[in-house]
Design a binder for this molecule. Structure first.
Ligand code: GDP
Length: 173
């Protein structure tokens, strides 16, 4: 049991190429909303959500790159203290899939070995997929990461991503 005022919290960074749905995912998870162009209207880079796992309250603190990845300009502060990571790519963007290796390396350089999960987003567009599911599975295996397929748009599996990471961090569940 944890002492009353000790709060469990984890900082999770969400990385991946621009356009894969990172901001949308954070927005969906923390606010329960989805829009086609949220960055243009809101532009917040930190959000949080509290969840309960095995009776423990856990605060999931999420940082968005806020478009910095476009310019390879993610600051060290963004990664500092991160305890878990989402490596995201899009079903419809081959470059974002190929870039998973680079993203994993970058995060490991900054944060060391932390729990990571590969998120294949936009599975609602699976009919336009640019990679086969076999390729995705084998890459996830080679990267040594669990794979979760999501549609932020249709609210499929988003909650599972952060539950998985929280459970990895605290070894509960
Ligand atoms: P980011 O640059 O990685 O933060 O990506 P955004 O969150 O800005 O999303 C890029 C575009 O993809 C936006 O137009 C989103 O509405 C759209 N998008 C995000 N998630 C999904 C999804 O699951 N399915 C579909 N079809 N579009 C999505």
């Amino acid at each position: 049991m944890h002492e009353e005022n000790i709060e469990l919290a984890i900082k999770v960074v969400v990385v991946g190429n621009g356009g894969v749905g990172k901001s949308s995912m954070i927005q969906r998870y923390c606010k329960g909303i989805y829009t086609n162009d949220y960055k243009k209207t809101i532009g917040v880079d930190f959000m949080e959500r509290q969840i309960e796992i095995n009776g423990e309250d856990i605060r999931i603190m999420l940082w968005d790159t806020a478009g910095q990845e476009e310019f390879d300009a993610i600051t060290k502060a963004y990664y500092r203290g991160a305890q878990a990571c989402v490596l995201a790519f899009s079903t419809t963007d081959k470059n974002s899939f190929d870039a998973l290796w680079d993203w994993k390396r970058k995060v490991e350089n900054e944060c060391g070995i932390i729990p990571m999960v590969i998120v294949q987003n936009k599975i609602d567009l699976i009919s336009c997929a640019v990679v086969t599911q076999d390729e995705v599975k084998s890459t996830a295996l080679k990267l040594g990461c669990h794979l979760i397929r999501t549609s932020v748009k249709e609210d499929i599996n988003v909650v599972q991503v952060f539950r998985y990471l929280a459970s990895q961090c605290f070894d509960v569940m």
